[in-house]
Design a protein around this ligand. Structure first.
Ligand code: SF4
Length: 240
């Protein structure tokens, strides 16, 4: 197909993109089918009980995963859990050694600090157990809404929507929500109003894969996107 024809097809499809609540299951099921056989992210595979992580391990691997590629964060988490799996064991690791383990995850000093402080709080304030309410999780050093929701969703099976940059971007482009730049919490609240509960935990894994492979931040691959006919392509100025 020629370049102009391709652009025209995308434009027509975008205009066709009636986007209502009823289409949400269809869109998500289309993506799930399209992604069949693709390896999900480290944290999302925990949801499928492949990793068998404890809530503490999920929390720590989530802190490690911030602003680093999934492959690297998985490798580092595994290396760390070979020597320490509990807050007590983590605190026994000398700070310098912990920083060395975390080095390739970027921001390793901040991450080591967060891991040590949160572990110490878990021991002192929560008897060694990761709390299972959002309010309590947010009291832990370094834990923000996304990390809290990942732990609640994947470790405690609670119906929450973990919103990261991919969930935020794809939801806005699809036209499901209209929340400003980096307003992840607003996106979470808006999605809670329209997303059927059965997808609350699942959407994270689905949109992370879609956001990494097709609906990438700059110039998404709209011409090969399996859900382009449903998409309003909100905010997309350039696509492939
Ligand atoms: S790649 Fe993203 S913006 Fe483009 S059609 Fe697909 S979901 Fe919409």
């Amino acid at each position: 197909m020629g370049k102009n024809a391709k652009i025209l097809k995308i434009t027509i499809n975008s205009k066709k993109g009636m986007n209502n609540k009823k289409q949400i299951p269809k869109i998500l099921e289309t993506l799930k089918k399209f992604q069949r056989g693709t390896r999900k992210t480290n944290l999302n595979r925990e949801a499928k009980e492949e990793q068998n992580y404890t809530p503490y391990q999920t929390l720590i691997s989530c802190l490690i995963s911030l602003r680093v590629k999934d492959e690297a964060s998985e490798k580092i988490s595994k290396e760390l859990f070979k020597i320490a799996k509990t807050p007590e064991e983590i605190l026994k690791i000398p700070r310098k050694k912990l920083e060395k383990i975390l080095f390739s995850s970027g921001y390793y000093k901040n991450k080591a600090k967060a891991i040590r402080k949160a572990s110490s709080q878990i021991i002192k304030e929560y008897n060694g157990f990761v709390p299972h309410t959002k309010e309590e999780l947010l009291t832990l050093y370094g834990v923000g809404p996304k990390t809290a929701n990942i732990v609640l969703a994947f470790s405690f099976n609670q119906h929450v929507i973990p919103v990261d940059t991919n969930v935020h971007r794809v939801s806005n482009r699809l036209g499901w929500v209209k929340t400003g730049k980096l307003k992840f919490e607003k996106t979470e609240k808006e999605l809670e109003k329209i997303l059927p509960k059965k997808y609350w935990r699942e959407i994270n894994g689905i949109f992370i894969l879609h956001g990494k492979k097709i609906c990438v931040p700059i110039s998404p691959f709209c011409s090969t996107c399996p859900i382009r006919e449903f998409c309003k392509r909100g905010g997309v100025k350039k696509s492939r």
